[in-house]
Write a protein that binds this ligand. Structure first.
Ligand code: HAM
Length: 423
């Protein structure tokens, strides 16, 4: 017996009715990014491993535990992209996109890979949509990415979410904050998990997003990043908040929000959906003023976010949002003999050229089974062509919903169907 091969753990096949959610999320995201005049960028699914080591940070969970890294046949180390920001910045530098002037505003949609323990809302291959706004240090840029993210959620008819916003400051104020964190954690160091004990020395901010239950207990009383901002960073943060207030946007300030990737500076934000369990962040983003330089480009302040499409679809289902149906077959042409079949080919092409969704018999079925099939695919109308019909030049048109059947002159059948579908 030949064993059936299953899909890898943490991946999904997406087909059938499920697709309507994907089309809805993706088309809504495209629609909103268009209103803000963002242009699409498509980067490779794999990149040099070095890009993520430098971009995302060696001490992050993503780099330490979650990357799909492999050697190609020439011995190069490559990695399936675990996120989209570093690749977009690599492309920005490599293609000298700064020459076209600033800001540069990009959006992307595509698969992302992280070796994580799969659970509801946590996959090994998942999909992100995201934007990167390159070249502005102004809090207006932070504001634009946040309001764009909210516009996407609102256009999707989602309501049960909360925007959390914080600032982790620049290098200088972060240094002061790290010292305060060290002081806070020092007396309890031995109660933390092994990873956190190591990160205490290598990257102490990571202690704030450790998922270990024991470590979590110490997170809530840790000092707040907001209290350690330098004057410039504080002004930046206050301005951003004033824009959110001016637009009556609801948010919660979170002084423990550090995000899981090392490139962030100043603004960080996350949008969580109340209906989701442990994996409730549907959108995450922030400012990353040092990344382009870190990757060898000129110093370029930037800000962006990414949303997890699978999680957003879970949220849509939990909120019972009604989503546009995938289009159904509008016309099925049933034929009774070979002459009718030839005729059906022309008629089908002609109807399709007018934008109608048309199917013909591909299985050489008898008329009863053709009608059954038309029923199964929810065809709206069936045109029946047989000997008699061809001789007389009139076709039978059946409305599959009402069962009503009329005879229509061959010359008028196309117009008749088009008009009926428009009604
Ligand atoms: P991130 O927070 O790592 O940020 O991921 C963004 C979103 O991807 C998360 O909020 C979540 O919805 C989704 N996500 C993450 N991991 C998984 C998973 N294993 N399964 C399903 N969904 C997941 C970034 O990736 C940054 N590049 C965002 C960014 C863009 N920052 C600035 N620009």
């Amino acid at each position: 017996m030949v064993l059936i091969i299953s899909k890898p753990k943490g991946t999904a096949d997406i087909f059938g009715e499920e697709l309507k959610y994907w089309y809805f999320v993706e088309s809504t995201f495209r629609k909103i990014t268009k209103l803000y005049n963002y242009r699409e960028i498509r980067t490779p699914i794999f990149e040099a491993t070095e890009l993520f080591l430098r971009g995302v940070g060696e001490e992050t969970d993503v780099v330490q535990k979650q990357m799909y890294t492999f050697e190609d046949k020439a011995g190069r180390s490559l990695t399936l992209r675990p996120e989209g920001t570093a690749p977009v910045m690599r492309s920005y530098i490599e293609n000298s996109l700064m020459k076209e002037g600033l800001p540069q505003k990009f959006f992307y949609i595509g698969p992302v890979f992280r070796y994580e323990k799969p659970q509801a809302g946590r996959m090994r291959q998942f999909h992100q949509f995201g934007v990167e706004l390159i070249g502005s240090h102004h809090p207006m840029a932070d504001f634009e990415t946040i309001i764009l993210a909210l516009d996407v959620l609102n256009e999707l008819n989602l309501h049960d979410y909360v925007l959390y916003i914080g600032s982790i400051g620049c290098k200088n104020c972060r240094q002061r904050y790290k010292e305060a964190l060290k002081e806070y954690y020092q007396p309890n160091l031995e109660n933390l998990c092994h990873d956190c004990q190591r990160r205490f020395d290598t990257n102490i901010l990571r202690l704030l997003d450790c998922k270990n239950e024991q470590c979590k207990a110490y997170q809530k009383d840790a000092p707040s990043t907001i209290d350690y901002l330098c004057d410039d960073c504080k002004t930046h943060f206050d301005k951003l908040i004033s824009y959110l207030d001016a637009m009556n946007i609801e948010y919660e300030i979170d002084g423990h929000l550090v995000r899981g990737l090392d490139y962030y500076t100043r603004t960080v934000f996350e949008i969580k959906h109340k209906s989701l369990g442990a994996q409730d962040t549907i959108i995450g983003g922030g400012r990353y003023d040092g990344l382009v330089e870190e990757l060898g480009g000129p110093s370029t302040p930037s800000v962006g976010f990414a949303g997890g499409i699978e999680r957003i679809i879970l949220a849509l289902k939990n909120e019972n949002v009604s989503v546009p149906k995938i289009s159904v077959c509008q016309v099925y042409i049933a034929v009774l003999n070979e002459e009718a079949r030839i005729y059906s080919l022309k008629l089908a092409q002609s109807l399709r050229s007018r934008g109608l969704i048309v199917e013909v018999d591909l299985m050489s079925r008898n008329i009863r089974n053709q009608m059954k099939y038309a029923n199964r695919i929810n065809a709206q109308y069936v045109i029946i062509i047989g000997d008699d019909e061809l001789k007389r030049g009139v076709f039978t048109v059946r409305n599959m919903e009402t069962g009503e059947q009329v005879e229509v002159d061959e010359k008028w059948v196309e117009n008749y169907i088009v008009e009926k579908l428009e009604e």
